[in-house]
Design a protein around this ligand. Structure first.
Ligand SMILES: [Zn+2]
Length: 281
């Protein structure tokens, strides 16, 4: 697992599998961890690394309900997990699925037994919405008026990010100019439309259109998979992906995956799955 400090209040961890990212963000006395790394030793290292860096962890957040982004409670069993309303709705309708997928992954890769994943009682966050960090409010605290002389509250801005799946939330950290977008704008993975979980090219393109102005303003963009990106590189990927999705919408059978990532066996399989799920039988 790699760790990259993007800002004095933002550290990103990149897992050794699928380059799944985990973003720690702090206000002064509070902090959140968005998404998670995957391997047990990566999850074990997280609390110690964050403690040394003086990043408090008062709550966990997720960009979407795919299991590999939901493992934070294995590192911080006492912390509450919050996610956008769409993700909480999806997880309540697919009870036990993240646990089953995690077990299947561990069996396939001979990962030694780990404690069972309990998601706890999920906190549904309104999206679009804001989440304060650093005034002792905790997960789910709505914006409040800081009294005269108080340090201005730092807020995460939440916006809908669906299309990869039917659920999803992107987090914009305005004071750090960091965008944590979930499974979009990946430098290592082509757009994946998980139709079985409600994904669609049109929703995906609408999300890209919503993210675009923030990509332009960002210092860093943190994709769900792959190292953090400069604004410029994220903008290039956004245009490339939008072209591919437009082709998928027009006629999936003639769409060509983005040239910068489409070459590997896995990316070809993702493309084939996209085409199959979008082609009427
Ligand atoms: Zn993912």
């Amino acid at each position: 697992m790699r760790a990259v400090a993007l800002h004095e209040d933002v550290i990103v961890f990149v897992s050794d599998v699928w380059q799944t990212t985990c973003t720690a963000v702090r206000g002064d006395d509070e902090g959140f961890v968005i998404d998670s790394p995957v391997y047990p030793e990566e999850l074990r290292a997280l609390p110690e690394v964050l403690e040394q860096a003086e990043f408090p962890v008062s709550g966990l957040l997720a960009t979407h309900g795919d299991w590999d982004h939901l493992l934070g409670r294995l590192a911080f069993p006492g912390a509450a997990l919050g996610a956008g309303e769409s993700t909480v709705a999806r997880l309540s309708s697919e009870l036990g699925q993240p646990q089953r997928r995690l077990r299947a992954f561990d069996e396939e890769h001979y990962v030694p037994e780990r404690p069972p994943l309990g998601l706890g009682s999920l906190q549904a966050l309104p999206v679009p919405g804001r989440l304060e960090v650093g005034t002792g409010g905790g997960t789910g605290s709505a914006g409040s008026d800081p009294g005269a002389g108080a340090t201005p509250a730092r807020e995460l801005e939440l916006m809908p990010a669906d299309g990869h799946t039917g659920d999803g939330t992107a987090y914009w950290l305005p004071w750090a100019r960091v965008l944590v977008c979930g499974d979009y704008l990946s430098p290592v993975e082509i757009p994946m439309i998980t139709a079985s979980a409600g994904g669609s090219p049109s929703a995906y393109r609408a999300t890209l259109a919503r993210l675009s102005p923030l990509v332009g303003r960002a210092e860093w963009v943190v994709p769900g998979h792959g190292a953090p990106l400069s604004s410029r590189r994220a903008g290039e990927i956004l245009r490339e992906d939008d072209r591919y999705l437009a082709e998928l919408e027009r006629d999936a059978t003639t769409a060509r995956p983005p040239a910068s990532r489409g070459g590997t066996v896995t990316q070809k399989r993702i493309h084939d799955d996209n085409v199959t799920s979008l082609t009427p039988a």
